[in-house]
Ligand binder design. Structure first.
Ligand SMILES: C[S@@+](CC[C@H](N)C(=O)[O-])C[C@H]1O[C@@H](n2cnc3c(N)ncnc32)[C@H](O)[C@@H]1O
Length: 241
């Protein structure tokens, strides 16, 4: 695993993008930056196993290098599923395609480089949006969730993981401090934490948990439950009745 040192030296402020340099170090970057990432990846595969239905599609929207798809595939191998992975970063989609073909050669797999806002979702039993909705403009988030709801089969699920904002300012600041402390414990310097935070400021716009619940309800989901949280990172399951 190549080590992430992208923000180790002082550099001009540029908005964060998922380019080749990020894709090269992504497994190390996300593991050291997102508390509980590996747990979420492993457990979402088990959740997907409960809902994945034969002859249905499994979508991984904002797939990066396909970690969620790999976890689901390894836990649902006996089912007849089509895995559809989408990312609008060419650097990510290219690496995802070769990685998944290598690790799941027998799978029915499609990796597409496109905006998830343009993706056609149909016959889905499981849709994963793992730490990606937060990169869409706030105004386009509801439309994506509505489309996911429409494309799910009855009893299908959406697994949605996000960085959270807290409406209580004191809690919000504490959660940010605890998260930054987690990053420093994982070897990132104060400069790396601070430069990355600034680079993400205009790019990753978190919602509160209440905003997520309300949006999921507006999209049609009657049942949405939180199943994971580590500091200001959480994951929900929304079930289509
Ligand atoms: C934090 S990463 C997601 C991590 C990944 N889901 C995982 O579990 O390893 C966010 C990904 O979403 C992609 N992305 C952001 N906005 C997107 C959009 N509108 N359409 C498609 N992909 C998008 C980025 O290129 C990036 O690869």
């Amino acid at each position: 695993m190549k080590q992430d040192t992208l923000f180790a030296k002082p550099q001009p402020l540029v908005d964060f993008t998922f380019d080749d340099a990020v894709a090269d170090v992504f497994p190390d970057m996300i593991r050291r930056s997102v508390p509980g990432y590996e747990t979420v990846i492993s457990l979402l595969g088990g959740l997907a196993k409960l809902y994945a239905e034969d002859d249905s599609n499994i979508y991984d929207l904002g797939c990066s290098l396909g970690a969620a798809t790999l976890s689901i595939y390894s836990q649902t191998r006996t089912k007849n599923l089509k895995h559809i992975c989408i990312d609008n970063s060419e650097a990510m989609a290219r690496r995802c395609q070769s990685r998944l073909v290598r690790h799941m050669p027998e799978a029915n797999l499609k990796v597409l480089c496109e905006n998830i806002e343009d993706t056609n979702i149909e016959n889905a039993s499981v849709v994963v949006i793992n730490f990606t909705l937060q990169f869409l403009s706030i105004k386009s988030r509801l439309a994506l969730l509505k489309k996911v709801y429409q494309g799910l089969r009855p009893n299908g699920i959406l697994i949605l993981s996000e960085k959270l904002l807290f409406s209580d300012e004191q809690q919000n600041q504490l959660q940010i401090d605890w998260h930054h402390s987690f990053k420093r414990a994982n070897g990132y310097s104060d400069m790396e934490v601070s430069q990355k935070r600034k680079a993400l400021e205009n790019v990753l716009i978190p919602d509160t948990f209440e905003q997520h619940l309300s949006r999921l309800k507006q999209a049609g989901f009657e049942q949405s439950y939180q199943w994971f949280q580590a500091f200001n990172f959480a994951s929900l399951v929304a079930i289509k009745s």
